[in-house]
Design a protein around this ligand. Structure first.
Ligand code: PMP
Length: 292
């Protein structure tokens, strides 16, 4: 847990295009294509006790995202690593998460890529407030939604309107997150991957263009193996989600959480319904071990 509240004591210093400045002074021109078109990509990396968790995986995804939308990588691997370390060193929070964003840059408004512009690079650290023990013990509410996003959800793009609208629909319904469905099959949440447990096996959606391959997707298969829990990746029907014994969600900031409710109905069966189940507890414990 962060020892200091985000607002107190630690002034937030961010990185923008080569300079470290207080966040209030970091300004981007209005013609930045990130602002005009959402033409950029981002990455979010957790840091526990000063140690970056799964950095090589996050760096690889960052490079993949840049590549997918044709933005030249502004740094080499060491440069990205140095930037992250510099941000960590400037903030005393025990646990942090680093947000990095690269946009195509600033140019006269035109949809086509302008030639010869420099990408805008922004990065900041925030205190990582882990989910409270109470929420963890209770589990979280989910709602089902049709997945109305685009067909390149595998790119970690800053164009997030579909995700934002989905999350707001969940919030309006008093839920923490949604489970989205495309053509009757589960995709993912608005900002997390979703997992279904049936008869002791963890099922996850295929790593295709309909979901973002969370860094915890690879991790989940490793944790399941470490716990001796069968793990399967395949298309998952809405009915299978509705009949799940457990539903889990994963993300950098939420780690792994259990759902207590889907669309107002308790998740699971019998006496165990509506409570985080044994697979959740095993995976969460393994996650904490992996972090240490
Ligand atoms: N799907 C979406 C749409 C997301 O925004 C996120 C969070 N970045 C995830 C899945 C989970 O990814 P990760 O485990 O890397 O946080």
């Amino acid at each position: 847990m962060s020892q200091l509240p985000e607002s107190a004591a630690v002034p937030q210093i961010v990185y923008l295009n080569g300079a470290f400045v207080p966040i209030e002074q970091a300004m981007v021109p209005v013609l930045d294509r990130g602002f005009i078109f959402g033409d950029g990509i981002y990455e979010v990396v957790p840091v526990y006790g000063g140690k970056v968790f799964r950095w090589p995986h996050h760096l690889a995804r960052l490079k993949r995202s840049l590549d997918r939308i044709g933005i030249a990588n502004p740094f080499d691997d060491a440069g990205w690593g140095d930037l992250v370390q510099a941000l960590i060193a400037r903030h005393a929070w025990t646990d942090q998460f680093i947000y990095m964003q690269v946009t195509r840059g600033v140019a006269r408004r035109d949809h086509a890529f302008p030639a010869g512009i420099k990408p805008t690079v922004f990065a900041m650290s925030n205190a990582l407030q882990l989910v409270s023990a109470e929420v963890r013990a209770q589990g979280v509410r989910l709602i089902s939604l049709p997945d109305e996003r685009w067909l390149h959800c595998d790119i970690k793009s800053t164009s997030l309107l579909g995700n934002v609208l989905a999350r707001q629909a969940a919030a309006d319904a008093g839920a923490l997150e949604c489970v989205q469905f495309r053509d009757g099959f589960m995709t993912e949440g608005s900002s997390s991957n979703i997992w279904v447990v049936r008869n002791g096996t963890i099922f996850g959606a295929p790593r295709d263009r309909f979901i973002l391959e969370g860094i915890r997707v690879g991790l989940m298969s490793e944790l399941a193996a470490a716990c001796g829990i069968p793990f399967e990746v395949r298309r998952i029907l809405r009915e299978e989600v509705q009949a799940a014994d457990e539903i889990l969600l994963t993300s950098a900031t939420k780690e792994v959480l259990a759902a207590c409710e889907l669309d107002g109905r308790p998740v699971g069966h019998g006496l165990a319904a509506g409570k985080p189940g044994p697979i959740y507890h095993a995976i969460y414990a393994a996650y904490q071990k992996a972090k240490a």
